[in-house]
Design a protein around this ligand. Structure first.
Ligand code: GDD
Length: 343
């Protein structure tokens, strides 16, 4: 039986990855950070199948202990301060976790079990102000946020440990990936949840920032398969994982409203842009500059050819299906909320 250690196990990706590894017969260990209220997050439904270890990415001793206990053959480093906007508020913590935290984990592996394979959750945010379209494994990086800068360190230290110590350490450069389990602060889930609230009468309109930003959006369940495949190769290498298509935030919102049976039309521009429900004429979306970022990543679109060819990775969930699943899930959650509050 293979043993895997997942940092960030209770996040969106951690939960789908834990499910996949359990299905494949792995013994799964997950890092937990101590909080005053125990919160299993997205792994509540499989918490009895996961061996939790209290540890922190900023505490190398706790990571050495986690490696000793788990004796992991594969380590998936998904723990991060992953919300780009917050990285301007907490740039130092973001660096401690997303940059130095990667070195801490690599050192723990090197000390306890150097033959263990290591996956680093690298990100398309490293491309930032993109230097080529589409972005590939050889596109130069130009991060645009403290988050992107910290993640770039994580990418390079992973490569450096591979080259310095001959470790099986590699990165998946994952483009945006969403799901029903996405946190509410990210734009996709913020939209699908707000759409459900608007549809069910709990909210008038949603307020968003930059509607022109373009992202390459896939489903997290497909992307965790790529993570696993990256660790099953003969040689450690880095891979871009993406869909190869790009869509604006505006069009994501349009698709989400449509999935809830609301046709919208946009009018105006800049901070005055709004969207109206075509049937009722009501304003259902407004721009609020409070959600603009100090520096923006305007366009991301990845080329997944290498992952498709070398890993045999295939994407199964289309953009439309992803949006429909997210909206259907949020409608169900909001209905439940209404029932339990007797609204
Ligand atoms: N969050 C948010 N909220 N974003 C908004 C909003 C809003 O109200 N309005 C517009 N946006 C725009 C952001 O400015 C950004 O251009 C885009 O929507 C996507 O924002 P997020 O969903 O917060 O994701 P992200 O692209 O910044 O980062 C995500 O993807 C990365 C991979 O490229 C995160 O998951 C990162 O952790 C990940 O590395």
């Amino acid at each position: 039986m293979k043993r895997a250690l997942i940092t960030g196990v209770n996040g969106q990706d951690g939960s789908y990855l834990a499910e996949l590894l359990l299905e494949n017969g792995y013994e799964v260990y997950g890092l937990m950070r101590r909080k005053s209220v125990v919160d299993y997050g997205n792994v509540e439904h499989i918490k009895d199948k996961i061996n939790f270890i209290y540890a922190d990415m900023q505490d190398v001793v706790s990571l050495i202990r986690a490696m000793r206990i788990s004796q992991a053959d594969e380590v998936y480093n998904l723990a991060a301060q992953s919300f780009v906007a917050t990285s301007w508020d907490t740039p130092c913590t973001t660096a401690d976790i997303d940059a130095v935290g990667v070195t801490n984990m690599l050192e723990a592996i090197r000390v306890v079990k150097p033959e263990a394979k290591f996956y680093q959750a690298s990100t398309s945010e490293m491309f930032g102000k993109v230097q080529a379209i589409p972005q590939t494994e050889t596109t130069p990086f130009y991060p645009r946020s403290p988050y992107g800068v910290a993640k770039l360190y994580g990418y390079w230290i992973t490569k450096n440990y591979r080259e310095s110590y001959d470790m099986y350490a590699c990165s998946g450069i994952l483009f945006n990936h969403e799901s029903e389990r996405r946190g509410l602060e990210f734009v996709t889930r913020k939209i699908t949840n707000s759409v459900a609230r608007i549809k069910l009468g709990l909210l008038d309109h949603v307020e968003l920032g930059n509607l022109d930003a373009k992202r390459d959006w896939g489903h997290s369940k497909d992307y965790v398969k790529a993570m696993w495949l990256i660790l099953q190769q003969d040689k450690p290498e880095d891979y871009v994982v993406a869909t190869g298509t790009t869509i604006t935030v505006r069009d994501f919102a349009k698709a989400a409203f449509k999935a809830a049976g609301i046709e919208v039309e946009f009018e105006g521009s800049g901070v005055d842009e709004i969207a109206k429900d075509k049937a009722t004429g009501k304003v259902v979306l407004k721009v609020n500059p409070k959600f603009f970022r100090p520096a923006e990543v305007e366009l991301l679109v990845g080329d997944p050819s290498k992952a498709e060819k070398e890993l045999g990775w295939v994407r199964e969930i289309s953009f439309d299906e992803m949006v429909e699943r997210m909206v259907a899930n949020d409608l169900k959650l909001v209905e439940k909320e209404i029932k339990s509050a007797n609204l």
